[in-house]
Design a binder for this molecule. Structure first.
Ligand code: A2R
Length: 312
């Protein structure tokens, strides 16, 4: 079976490609900029592709004719979406439309997994926690709006053209190699740098009270694989651990793994006034369908994240 991963060079793409190879899939991937040398060494054929270019996208699909498409390519940061809303819409919405239109025009029967985000739910009230797939959508940033559009286009194309599309709403994922724009990587990277004597022992933090559902990226990619195999056409599935942790717990766990004495200072620039207090996934739908369960504990994941930054 042939699997095409758009955005193979990203955080999730690296783990997903490794996992699919272990499942005996033939893996193809697209990247926008420079390809990671770790991917180059593997048995994976890669294509340079800007997903906003419909013709380029067509060429890749014609060459691969994939059985499965894992559409990860995106402008994936909510923070960047405030600075680059047009780019975010272009890549996340028009890029997805290019992909879907080309698959339709080529008459491919590929199963397509569109990766959306828990950000689509946005401002959820505490009584609606944990969040299930029927929750009303109240997006709080341009990224969330772009992913809502992607999800809705997926449902519309699945219904109107009978395309084999399955939609994911992924909650926060963490793990080694994640960009330090995300909180756990940010803390771990700075702790590792302090340990190496590169900075004085002070860690700047934002809102430590927010509670988020963190899942190890190595568990996330298994969920994507299972949904590719078993997901129902046109359906949306939450992917998240079902447990939520305060950012304070992430910080305390990382600090407990280090021997250096670090002073914590609040940084007003890192405070987001619109932070939703709790995000927690109701994962009943995916667990019932596939039996998926996360295997990594948050403590194991954080240990691996800190270890990664120590070695980097
Ligand atoms: O710059 P590159 O080569 O690393 O590629 C990025 C790729 N990408 C694009 N690919 C094609 N055409 C574009 N115009 C374009 N813009 C960006 O998407 C990058 O490697 C990949 C996304 O990877 P990350 O930013 O690391 O996201 P992550 O955490 O792997 O998330 C995967 C998916 C995304 O759809 C998120 O929105 C969702 O899961 O949560």
């Amino acid at each position: 079976m042939k699997a095409l991963i758009t955005g193979i060079n990203g955080f999730v793409g690296g783990y997903l490609s490794e996992y699919l190879l272990t499942c005996n899939m033939q893996v193809f991937g697209t990247y926008l900029n420079k390809i990671d040398k770790n991917i180059l060494g593997k048995n994976i054929k890669t294509f340079k592709l800007d997903i906003t270019d419909k013709k380029e996208t067509l060429e890749v699909l014609k060459k691969v004719r994939p059985d499965y498409i894992f559409h990860l390519a995106a402008q994936s940061s909510a923070a960047i979406s405030w600075k680059k809303p047009q780019l975010t819409m272009d890549v996340n919405i028009n890029g997805t439309i290019n992909l879907l239109e080309n698959i339709k025009e080529l008459n491919l029967d590929s199963r397509i997994l569109l990766i959306g985000s828990s950000e689509e739910y946005g401002f959820v009230k505490s009584e609606d926690i944990p969040i299930n797939e029927d929750q009303e959508l109240k997006p709080g940033n341009p990224y969330a709006v772009s992913k809502i559009s992607q999800t809705m286009m997926g449902q519309v194309y699945s219904r109107a053209y009978d395309m084999d599309i399955v939609i994911v709403r992924a909650f926060n994922h963490i793990g080694p190699k994640q960009s330090p724009v995300f909180v756990a990587s940010d803390f771990a990277k700075r702790i590792a740098e302090i340990e190496k004597g590169k900075f004085k022992p002070v860690l700047l933090v934002g809102n430590l009270e927010a509670e988020r559902d963190f899942t190890d990226v190595r568990d996330i990619v298994k969920a994507y694989y299972l949904l590719a195999l078993k997901g129902q056409k046109g359906e949306i599935y939450n992917v998240g651990s079902g447990k939520s942790y305060k950012i304070q717990y992430i910080l305390d766990t990382l600090l407990s793994l280090s021997n250096v004495d670090i002073k914590i200072e609040k940084d007003p620039n890192r405070m987001r006034p619109s932070d939703v207090p709790i995000v927690q996934c109701d994962n009943t739908k995916i667990t019932r369908l596939t039996g998926w369960e996360p295997e990594y504990s948050i403590e194991e994941t954080l240990k691996d994240v800190l270890q990664y930054w120590r070695q980097t």
